[in-house]
Ligand binder design. Structure first.
Ligand code: NAD
Ligand code: USQ
Length: 408
């Protein structure tokens, strides 16, 4: 199959590219390298040393014998170039990772909100629009997020995309219907995934595009079978306060003997999935496309649910790290219960990697090995969701400074 990977230089895009290439598919990466520019903007770098995309492609060809295409295109801004490339290369499937994916980055300032909305919504719309324009029936697989649902369950586990409801008709009788699960975004980033869903709904109905949306939980881990094949194929690993996700951050903090930064009580429940399983799920989705004319197919791409404080305790038990409860920079429920259905992937053969089984390897192979590359000053998460929260964070930091100075 001919597969385009939009965002193929990123954390999930790179191992997915290698996975499909290894299976013998003809794979091309489309990426504007914006994630690398954002590292420069923030003054951070991946914990793991990443080569240029051209070098990664060269090393993969040497290691595997397979070639990869690379197109340096901004999918959100270079519509005509992207359309021309799509029309000429004519992939059978397009996997769409090409979005700004960090909630804290999306909430840093009004500029970052605008950038995230423009980039993500335009990238998605340009893809759908271009497929119709060049008359291409490629299967679109998009990475959505569990965050489109919000994280509360109202007593019933979160279904896969659609909610069964009884509509009360004018004569008082009930008519069963399935609707998109009511969106409940917790950040501008998560909001863009809600907007993407509506674009998918429209294009599946109007143009009969075949679309799969994968509502994924927080991805942890670094290596997949293919990124292990050569040191220069290593995946990126973010630990900083904007892009680092919670479990990867705790592992680095433990390796650094930095207290684990639990926001608030740590009662936030979230869904998780290992990077290797994430890649497998995309492959399963590729093999099970919707029919033309079918509504968007939605899967919940997650394998387990944990509370943040339980994760911190788990990492603390493994490493002896101290757990610190710091004020949360986010507008989020301090405590929530979460239950999520993921029957579709399990029925299609997913055999999940459990957190308990992979954590130690992650700590030894990644966190401790590359700890010399960490800048400790980039650990705090300072992007505040509102002005009030920002003011409270400043006050709290000043109080901590006074305590520290006083105790000298
Ligand atoms: P990432 O930031 O590492 O990768 C995204 C890639 O897309 C980067 O290489 C970036 O340069 C590229 N990109 C962004 N905008 C682009 C544009 N306009 N044109 C071309 N390329 C562009 O992110 P990731 O962690 O690999 O996430 C991939 C996708 O999966 C995202 O859509 C994200 O929302 C989703 N997701 C990620 C997680 C997670 O925990 N990492 C969880 C759920 C969903
Ligand atoms: N948290 C801490 N301490 C930290 C960092 C985070 O307690 O040092 C807490 C946060 O307050 C939040 C939870 O951990 O309650 C998760 O935060 P996160 O940064 O790990 O994840 P999130 O911002 O939700 O975003 C990540 C990815 C995003 C993806 C999403 C899936 O960056 O691309 O869409 O996970 S989900 O969370 O299921 O919506």
């Amino acid at each position: 199959m001919r597969i385009a990977i939009l965002g193929g230089d990123g954390f999930i895009g790179w191992p997915t590219t290698l996975h499909f290439s290894n299976l013998g598919h003809d794979v091309a990466i489309v990426d504007n390298l914006s994630r690398r520019w954002i590292d420069a903007e923030l003054g951070v770098q991946s914990l793991t040393p990443m080569d240029s995309i051209q070098e990664r492609v060269r090393v993969w060809r040497q290691a595997s014998g397979h070639s990869l295409g690379f197109e340096h295109i901004d999918v959100a801004q270079d519509y005509e170039r992207f359309k021309a490339w799509l029309g000429a290369w004519r992939p059978d499937a397009v996997v769409h990772f090409a979005e700004q994916r960090a909630a804290p980055y999306s909430m840093k300032s009004d500029h970052h909100k605008t950038y995230t909305v423009n980039n993500n919504v335009n990238a998605t719309h340009n893809l759908l629009n271009a497929l119709v324009a060049v008359d291409l029936d490629a299967h679109v697989i998009h990475l959505g997020t569990m965050g489109v649902y919000g994280y509360t369950t109202a007593g019933a586990s979160i279904p896969e995309g659609y909610l069964s409801v009884d509509v009360t008709l004018d004569d008082g009788s009930k008519m069963p219907r399935e609707i998109l699960y009511p969106p409940d975004a917790g950040s501008i980033y998560h909001m863009t995934k809600c907007l993407d869903q509506l674009l998918f709904q429209f294009y599946a109905k109007n143009d009969r595009l075949r679309i799969t949306d994968l509502h994924q939980g927080i991805v942890w881990g670094t290596h997949t079978d293919q990124t292990r094949r050569h040191p220069q194929l290593i995946n990126r690993f973010d630990y900083d306060g904007d892009y680092g996700t919670v479990l990867n951050r705790f592992l680095i903090q433990a390796a650094l003997h930095h207290p684990l930064t639990v926001h608030g009580t740590g009662g936030q429940s979230r869904a998780f999935i290992h990077i290797q399983d994430s890649v497998r799920c995309v492959e399963i989705a590729l093999r099970n496309p919707p029919e033309r004319g079918e509504r968007t197919k939605i899967f919940n791409q997650m394998t387990e649910v944990h509370r943040v404080r339980d994760l911190a305790n788990l990492v603390a038990e493994l490493t002896g790290a101290e757990v610190a409860h710091v004020p949360s920079p986010r507008q989020e429920a301090a405590e929530n219960d979460l239950a999520v259905q993921n029957r579709q992937f399990l029925a299609l053969g997913l055999d999940p990697i459990k957190l308990q089984d992979g954590l130690l390897a992650e700590l030894v192979d990644i966190a401790r090995k590359f700890i010399h590359r960490v800048d400790r000053s980039r650990i705090p998460s300072t992007s505040a969701w509102t002005r009030d929260i920002a003011a409270k964070l400043v006050t709290r930091m000043e109080e901590m400074q006074v305590v520290r100075n006083g105790s000298r």
